[in-house]
Design a protein around this ligand. Structure first.
Ligand SMILES: *[C@@H]1O[C@H](CO)[C@@H](O)[C@H](O)[C@H]1NC(C)=O
Ligand SMILES: *[C@@H]1O[C@H](CO)[C@@H](O)[C@H](O)[C@H]1NC(C)=O
Length: 589
């Protein structure tokens, strides 16, 4: 086991060393073929040689570290013979004998808008496999042309003994129409041009930060982002002012009633003082949710800090996946600690705390694992490179077993021990028998309330969400991590306020089941995010096919679930502080 981790570390070092290519004139430079796939489907990537390109004998995959593997990178050698600073005019790569099935494969790839990714000295380069041309002719059967590009032109810039920049372009004059007929022979060729540049080696990745694939960087709608921020903050402000006034009224009313010492029938939230601190059903699971939420909050926080520190620059392949994996393992202690601590303080020392620990260790990982297995199976059936190799899965399992699980347990034991002797005493005594809940109008029912709760927080992040989706499920680059951080903080603030307000209104109509409700109200944004997926899929993206569709909805379901837990925790935590405060301020007997 340790061996594996050790070799993982070595692999990482090897990858670091590999990028530092120093070449002498005429030194060979290996060109790797990384993947091909439909441009619209970022996850549907296949081996370069799944298309009948000319392949070398040795198709072994170059060893990669965890990040690129998670991203679906599997570089294989190619036949391109490139030497440092040696120009090449029109060199033949090979004459490929394409069978009818091969031609069909290429044709389908051209229809699906396939692109390829090659790598030269760790620099990714992209191009299209072919192009589709539709002509306006009478004979409709012959109107579409399927052109396969057969000539690639590499233009490479160098500075002293380093490769700085690589461009690849397909020669539009050398293309083959695969429209008619079946088997044929196609000749592939390439050319290489070299030019000197004075860009420093350290800056060579910065061009990828500006545009990723084709010239399609974001046009940021600053105005709309600021607009939504201001609008949401204003609304939240109004809401809190109203709430303060109403609360002030309540307090003076209750105080007056006490002074007069009349046996006037009490109304409003004070009436349920004997019920609000009764622990909700399935309290162990409740604690586990709050613990998991705390862990996910810290995970997102650290990810954003890393992002602001520019750790996820575009050349750092798969760094975000690796960071998420490692940070999830390292923050696991939070889940165990918060869950066990809360359980211990509310429930006392004789609760079933092992069960509680088990719940906090599985609430999020198990759904994630199930989804991963399902999607990985689909990827394997599609023979896609998005399927993780067995070794990588083992490494992830080992990390879970050796880091995540022990940390959760240590956190849980610590949480339980620190809770000992510090049991929570509610400001009002809890009645033995729950109070009956009066009839509730339809717009105060749980479903309506939860729907209302998600509306405002969702509108705060709606615009950001579009950019995130376009970079995660498209080829755009996200660089505005500062803004994302602000949006995240705003989301938390708005969620807290909305949940507090809704909890107040709920208690005001003497409905005292607020524990789970506040969790759901806070987390309700997660439902909205998942609903937004449908809008994005059908309205904003051109993803297609069963594999990409299941990847998109599958992983978004897990992400929405994570958002639900995380924001639900915020909703509950702030509602709890609020409830404890208002009931400490009134005299209850
Ligand atoms: C389609 O067009 C090509 C090129 O113009 C021509 O060679 C071919 O004969 C046409 N095929 C049919 C079925 O009309
Ligand atoms: C690569 O393409 C870009 C954009 O077209 C151009 O600015 C740059 O000079 C090219 N670099 C090389 C080495 O050809």
């Amino acid at each position: 086991m340790l061996n594996r981790l050790g070799s993982l570390l070595l692999l990482g070092l090897a990858a670091l060393a590999r990028g530092q290519g120093l070449y002498k004139e005429a030194d060979p430079i290996e060109l790797y073929a990384n993947k091909v796939g439909p441009f619209a489907n970022p996850n549907e990537v296949y081996s370069f040689y799944s298309l009948p390109f000319c392949a070398p004998e040795d198709m072994e995959i170059r060893r990669e570290d965890l990040g690129p593997l998670l991203k679906g990178d599997r570089p294989r050698k190619t036949l391109y013979d490139i030497h440092f600073r040696v120009p090449q005019t029109l060199k033949q790569l090979c004459k490929a004998k394409l069978s009818e099935a091969d031609v069909k494969k290429f044709r389908q790839a051209i229809v699906d808008d396939y692109y390829f990714e090659l790598m030269l000295d760790e620099l990714p380069i992209w191009g299209y496999v072919g192009e589709l041309e539709t002509r306006a002719v009478l004979d409709t059967a012959n109107a579409t042309r399927y052109y396969l590009f057969t000539h690639l032109d590499f233009s490479i810039a160098y500075n002293a003994d380093r490769v700085i920049e690589v461009n690849v372009s397909a020669d539009p004059l050398q293309r083959v129409d695969l429209g008619q007929g079946g088997a044929r022979e196609v000749s592939f060729s390439y050319s290489v041009r070299w030019q000197a540049t004075d860009v420093a080696f350290g800056d060579r990745m910065s061009r990828y930060a500006q545009s990723s694939f084709l010239p399609q960087s974001f046009e940021i709608h600053w105005l709309s982002i600021i607009n939504s921020f201001v609008l949401v903050l204003l609304l939240t402000g109004f809401l809190s002012i109203i709430l303060m006034r109403v609360l002030k009224n309540d307090f003076s009313r209750y105080a007056a009633a006490e002074e007069e010492e009349e046996d006037e029938e009490e109304t409003g939230w004070k009436l349920v003082h004997g019920d609000v601190f009764r622990l909700p059903p399935a309290f162990s699971a409740f604690c586990a949710y709050v613990g998991t939420g705390a862990q996910l909050l810290s995970l997102v926080f650290f990810m954003l800090v890393l992002a602001i520190m520019n750790m996820f620059y575009p050349g750092n392949r798969g760094s975000m996946n690796t960071a998420a994996l490692v940070l999830y393992a390292l923050t696991a202690g939070t889940a165990g600690f918060v869950s066990a601590h809360m359980f211990g303080r509310f429930y006392g020392p004789d609760g079933r705390w092992a069960w509680n620990l088990l719940l906090s260790a599985t609430l999020f990982p198990v759904p994630l694992l199930c989804m991963f297995c399902f999607l990985n199976t689909i990827a394997i059936l599609y023979e896609s490179q998005a399927a993780l190799p067995f070794g990588t899965i083992m490494v992830i399992l080992v990390i879970w077993l050796l880091v995540t699980l022990p940390l959760t347990i240590i956190g849980g034991v610590l949480g339980r021990n620190t809770a000992k002797g510090r049991e929570f005493t509610p400001p009002c005594r809890v009645n033995k028998i729950p109070r009956e809940i009066p009839p509730i109008p339809w717009y105060r029912t749980p479903v309506c309330q939860v729907f209302m709760a998600g509306f405002l927080p969702f509108s705060a992040i709606y615009i950001e969400l579009h950019y995130i989706f376009a970079s995660v499920w498209g080829h755009k680059l996200y660089t505005l991590y500062g803004i994302l951080f602000i949006a995240f903080v705003m989301l938390l603030i708005v969620t807290a306020f909305i949940t507090i307000a809704l909890t107040y209104f709920q208690l005001a109509i003497e409905d005292h089941r607020w524990w789970w409700r506040s969790l759901f109200s806070g987390g309700s944004t997660g439902f909205f995010v998942f609903a937004y997926c449908f809008f994005y899929y059908f309205g904003r993206s051109s993803m297609f096919g069963f594999m990409q569709t299941s990847f998109f909805f599958g992983y978004m379901l897990v992400a929405s679930y994570a958002a639900f837990i995380m924001l639900g925790t915020i909703g509950f935590a702030f509602s709890f502080i609020f409830v404890r405060r208002i009931y400490s301020a009134v005299k209850c007997d």
